[in-house]
Design a protein around this ligand. Structure first.
Ligand SMILES: [Zn+2]
Length: 179
């Protein structure tokens, strides 16, 4: 079966940066609903579209097509007493980039020194060109329910407890921080 809109694609992947440093390697295939549902990067869908099980490819994705350019305005220095305690490098929490802003981003604590903390609101992979090695391991037709929900169900996919739709479990390379 060819990869087309409303097929469910299983793909083994290996992600590295432009210097070939490993960023993430799949232990299980990524399984996503193909066809513009934003369950994976659009560039990955584009590269796989029309291909079949066994297809492999390598593609480079620029930051603007992945996790965005690095934005230095999203880096803030705050007194530690204004932040949740105990504070450690690597902690993440949600906050607003502006004092009056409504849009919230996930900040990562990147440094703590002299009573101040550096908070970085960029995605950990912002500004990084990514290289993906992809191998398609399975292609199947999506169920009507999967198409209606816009994501994959079943093994490796989205699990429902009730009818309620929690959304982005298959959202692998888009919003989920790696590591
Ligand atoms: Zn669902």
């Amino acid at each position: 079966m060819k990869i087309a809109k409303n097929t469910v694609v299983s793909v083994n992947y290996h992600a590295s940066d432009a210097q070939n440093n490993l960023i993430e390697q799949s232990s299980e295939p990524m399984v996503y609903l193909h066809g513009g549902y934003y369950n994976t990067l659009p560039k990955i869908e584009e590269a796989l579209d029309g291909n079949e099980t066994g297809y492999s490819t390598t593609l480079q994705v620029e930051p603007e097509d992945a996790f965005g350019e690095y934005d230095s305005e999203l880096v803030k220095i705050e007194p530690v007493e204004r932040l949740p305690q105990p504070l450690e490098v690597g902690m993440q929490f949600e906050g607003s980039p502006d004092d009056d802003g409504e849009e919230s981003v996930i900040f990562t604590v990147t440094e703590v020194a002299d009573g101040k903390a550096v908070l970085d609101g960029n995605h950990p992979l912002a500004g990084i060109a990514l290289r993906f090695e992809l191998l398609v391991t399975e292609v199947r037709a999506a169920s009507e329910e999967e198409v209606a929900h816009g994501h994959v169900h079943g093994a490796h996919g989205h699990h429902h407890h009730h009818d309620e739709d929690e959304g982005d479990a298959g959202d692998h390379f888009r919003s989920q921080p790696l590591n």
